[in-house]
Design a protein around this ligand. Structure first.
Ligand code: GDP
Ligand code: MG
Length: 662
């Protein structure tokens, strides 16, 4: 008979970046995002697996360094563990940095819940010539089962599951180690008080220690009278005792056969160099763009030819079966031109994502944040804030969510305000299109400059915000550097495929609908269907707004329509352009039809348009996320107004400078 017919709950808990999500994915076959930097899993995720006639419900939690409550991740994870539904805690430990990981382990052991340790990254340990004494280690950790695994190589997974099932009822016995007599005395007194007031409570010792650390939430959740015992916070002593015990463990259990780390150090001495670090980063990003353009455009050419053929064929086909003219227009000029136009950029997007995935997974991106730490510090933000910003190169939505890794609300809001300036992949088609049309072989350079401009505007904004800030915070928190790894093919495949799926879904939903709407508003006027889009409703509204954009050289009603439509998703700026300008999919033809309407439209205007698209209001999905994460309508509204203002001023500046040049 099964004891847990609905499955029992197992939580994966560990430091950021120790491989929890990889392990979770390997066991459950899920495809959650894995990244070689801290702070990616910000919400807990569930999955299930059956093993030895038992159903296990696995929970992937955000990475944490301790069970305090300074960050949102710590709160989420702590709440999840303390929840009585969790029957087994699997402490995922990065065996290659045992010392750092064990701090959390010691805290978990004090909870007294059943714990199994998954000693992950054993492949790295072996490769580096390290050895871990697997007999002595559990002895020093309350005899919990310790299973060496490699999430990436899928080694040891069955043994881990077996251990979980067999130890689910095994309460961790005894104390891991003892604090000073004075503290132990207080702990036992507090345990007695806890036990008297909450007889069913399972983690009395842990609570007692938290009282001594003056942990506010513990007081709130389980109020007891501790006067006479807790006269001050003992957290320093408690932390020091833990670290000195960890020292003992490391001395007894960890052995080095050779020092292979030298290689990482050598690479890092260049890539994280205080002076060359930033140029290295810019150089690498420039290479990425060159690749995105050269290879991407090559493939894009074929897709364009195919789409033109499709447009022709469908058009003739529909004509032959006497489909109404307006419907034919909608399908061919609205949907195929709009959605298809976006799909032709898929090769560029895929290459960009492969490059980002490789940079992330190898551990390089975390180093960029490290390099930026000094600069960010001067702007009143921690280097950690640069991680969400880098994520913003992919998509702003997860980037905004990743601000949860930051400690204070002020830091979070400030990072949320500047993250949308980081150029997301949806803006890439805009650059590819316009820089391709107007800048020829300098196109990759121009696009690259957009990314650099985005970073600069973001940093400048942070700088100004910091100037106005009266209560400046001192952020001297250094982020840790993950090890360099050979990028893992599976992680990259998952990453890229998820992004491509998002892109295709977006093309099939948001962009599809937006294309139809754009087509309609351009073809309906006060007298029903109009033949000339310039007589449509959209045109009359846009013509009214257009003059405002004169300083930016964007006072054309078509651009206004494209920009407004682009709030649904930034790619829509491009699809609207193709719909607006006689459905020309191919670059040269599009340029021709733009020039036919606006002979004075030059590179300066194109540049200004790109800058505007880079900086103005992000897409609706991002706005919704900002609203959700900041829990403030006022802040969201402010960020919209702020971004439009920045876009306006920057593109006016760029336009007028560029006009002097061209
Ligand atoms: P999380 O933050 O704990 O969820 O960590 P992730 O699952 O996102 O993994 C962090 C990084 O470690 C990723 O680059 C993984 O590919 C890598 N990784 C995870 N498990 C292993 C492993 O067993 N061996 C090696 N070599 N790398 C791993
Ligand atoms: Mg994770």
């Amino acid at each position: 008979m099964r004891e847990h017919p609905n499955g029992f709950h197992v939580a994966f808990v560990g430091n950021p970046n120790c491989g929890k999500t990889t392990l979770f994915n390997a066991i459950t076959g899920s495809r959650l995002k894995v990244a070689n930097w801290p702070g990616v899993t910000v919400e807990k995720k569930e999955g299930s697996v059956e093993f030895e006639d038992e159903k296990l419900i696995l929970i992937d939690t955000p990475g944490i360094y301790s069970l305090s409550t300074y960050t949102i991740e710590e709160k989420v994870t702590r709440k999840c563990i303390l929840d009585d539904d969790i029957e087994v805690i699997v402490n995922v430990v990065d065996a290659s940095s045992l010392e750092r990981n064990l701090y959390l382990t010691l805290q978990l052991l004090e909870l007294g819940k059943p714990i199994v340790m998954a000693l992950n990254m054993m492949d790295v340990v072996e490769e580096r010539g390290m050895e871990i004494d697997l007999h002595r280690l559990p002895e020093m950790l309350c005899d919990i089962p310790i299973v060496p695994v490699s999430a990436i190589k899928k080694r040891g997974l069955d043994i881990l599951l077996h251990a979980i099932i067999h130890h689910k009822d095994a309460v961790t016995l005894g104390d891991v180690f003892s604090y000073s007599d004075d503290l132990e005395d207080k702990i036992s007194k507090l345990e007695v008080i806890m036990a008297a007031k909450y007889p069913n409570h399972s983690s009395a010792r842990w609570h007692a220690i938290k009282f001594l650390e003056d942990d506010e939430e513990v007081y709130e959740e389980h109020p007891v009278d501790v006067s006479g015992i807790v006269d001050k916070s003992y957290s320093r002593q408690i932390i020091q005792s833990k670290y000195s015990y960890i020292d003992d463990i490391i001395k007894e259990c960890l052995f080095y056969k050779s020092a292979k780390e030298a290689k990482t150090d050598k690479i890092d001495s260049i890539l994280t160099h205080p002076v060359f670090g930033v140029p290295c980063f810019l150089f690498i990003m420039a290479l990425v763009f060159l690749l995105t353009f050269l290879l991407g455009d090559f493939i894009k050419g074929f897709l364009e030819t195919f789409l033109e053929w499709l447009q022709q064929t469908v058009s003739t086909g529909l004509e032959n079966v006497h489909v109404a003219l307006w419907l034919r227009g909608l399908i061919v000029d609205g949907i195929i031109a709009g959605v298809g136009g976006i799909l032709t950029f898929l090769p560029n997007i895929v290459i960009l994502f492969i490059a980002l995935a490789v940079l992330e997974d190898s551990g390089y991106m975390a180093r960029v944040a490290y390099v930026m730490d000094g600069i960010m510090g001067k702007l009143g933000l921690s280097g950690k804030a640069f991680l969400p910003m880098i994520l913003g190169f992919g998509c702003t939505v997860p980037a905004v969510m990743a601000t949860r890794a930051l400690e204070t609300d002020k830091d979070r809001r400030r990072t949320m305000l500047i993250t949308p300036f980081m150029s997301c992949s949806a803006r890439l088609p805009i650059y590819v299109l316009f820089s391709g049309l107007f800048f020829g072989k300098f196109a990759p350079l121009v696009s690259f400059m957009m990314y650099v401009l985005g970073i600069c505007v973001a940093l400048l904004t942070a700088f100004i915000a910091n100037l106005f800030d009266k209560k400046k915070n001192k952020n001297n928190l250094l982020i840790e550097l993950p090890e360099y790894k050979r990028p893992n093919l599976r992680s990259i495949r998952i990453y890229v495929w998820n992004k491509v799926k998002d892109y295709l879904t977006k093309a099939g939903t948001t962009i599809f609908i937006a294309s139809i709407i754009v087509w309609f508003v351009l073809n309906v006027g006060s007298r029903g269907f109009v033949l000339e889009p310039s007589e449509s409703f959209a045109a009359s509204v846009a013509k009214f707004i257009a003059p405002i954009l004169k300083p930016c050289g964007l006072d054309m009603w078509e651009i206004v329509v494209a920009l407004i439509a682009g709030v649904s998703a930034k790619e829509v700026v491009v699809s609207s352009f193709t719909v607006l300008f006689s459905n020309a999919l191919e670059g040269a033809k599009l340029l021709e039809s733009i020039k036919a309407v606006y002979p004075a439209f030059t590179g300066a205007n194109a540049l200004s348009l790109m800058v505007f698209c880079l900086l103005y209001t992000p897409c609706l999905a991002t706005l919704a996320t900002i609203k959700k994460e900041s829990a403030s309508l006022k802040f969201t509204a402010f960020s919209i107004v702020f971004q439009i203002a920045v876009a306006f001023s920057m593109s006016a500046l760029v336009y007028n400078l560029a006009r002097l040049l061209f």
